[in-house]
Design a protein around this ligand. Structure first.
Ligand code: HEC
Length: 149
């Protein structure tokens, strides 16, 4: 009887430790999946950026004079990624202040998929010293449904 209880406890312990380990492994492989996705998005996003954005915001992300705001180190971009996703997809024309400078120009919308929005946002969010991390397409899907216009 005593033995059975001991075996029972032992089995429980084994089970508890085992499932803890599994969870840890699951978490680690999630993280490395995210890291791989971050790199993929950055590579794809760089292509989207070169095609659709660099003309105005420039290859170095510094923008152009009082016409095009910067993306490198841009407080306006980094403080609100959902808003940035909406601007990238739908364009925007109103007065905004980026890093203390006022811009009031027209940015046209872009004919790109939600995935491309996530990729280019991941690219500009992690280029030129920016450190926003991975921007997933599921988040972008949700954000784009909630754009103010
Ligand atoms: C025709 C020029 C043009 C193109 C092309 C363009 N933008 Fe813009 N972008 C602007 C202008 C002008 C503004 C400021 C709009 C305003 O005053 O409301 C702006 C604003 C922004 C902002 C918010 C302000 C900031 O600096 O944080 C982001 C983010 C942005 N653009 C990203 C992009 C991305 C990414 C692309 C490519 C998919 C792109 N833009 C393509 C001209 C452009």
């Amino acid at each position: 009887m005593k033995n059975k209880v001991l075996i029972g406890i032992f089995t429980l312990l084994l089970f508890a430790c085992g499932s803890g380990e599994e969870k840890k492994e699951e978490k680690e492989s999630m993280n490395s999946r995210d890291e791989i996705r971050l790199k993929q998005y950055q590579v794809q996003g760089a292509k989207v950026y070169a095609t659709y954005c660099a003309n105005c915001h420039q290859q170095d992300g510094k923008g152009l004079a009082s016409l095009y705001p910067p993306l490198a180190g841009a407080d306006y971009l980094l403080e609100n990624l959902p808003r940035a996703a909406c601007i990238i997809k739908n364009g925007q024309s109103k007065e905004i202040v980026v890093n203390g400078v006022t811009y009031n120009q027209m940015m046209p919308g872009n004919p790109i998929t939600n995935l491309e929005v996530a990729e280019v946002l991941t690219y500009i969010g992690n280029a030129w010293g920016n450190e926003a991390g991975l921007v997933g397409v599921k988040d972008v899907d949700k954000w784009l449904e909630e754009c103010e216009d």
